[in-house]
Design a protein around this ligand. Structure first.
Ligand SMILES: [Zn+2]
Length: 81
């Protein structure tokens, strides 16, 4: 099953081809503050469509994880480890 959607402002579109077995809350400080829930799966199963520079990367500390957020509305479609 495929799920398609977009961020609140419409700048970022996504197609997800993954049926997550679990959705999890995370104890990263930023995830905790935002109330983010994560589904884990192969990155190949997520297609993001956005203009260059629309989803700037944010990482901190040991930089082993990067978050990409819509710079207009703040929607956070992806975190890469
Ligand atoms: Zn947006």
């Amino acid at each position: 099953m495929s799920l398609e959607g977009k961020c609140h402002c419409g700048a970022v579109h996504f197609t997800l081809n993954e049926n997550f077995a679990q959705i999890a809350a995370c104890n990263h400080s930023i995830c905790h503050r935002l109330g983010t829930l994560w589904g884990h799966g192969p990155i190949e199963n997520l297609a993001i469509s956005a203009n260059a520079g629309t989803t700037p990367r944010y990482s901190r500390g040991d930089k082993n994880m990067a978050l990409h957020t819509c710079k207009t509305c703040g929607w956070q479609p992806i975190g890469k480890i």
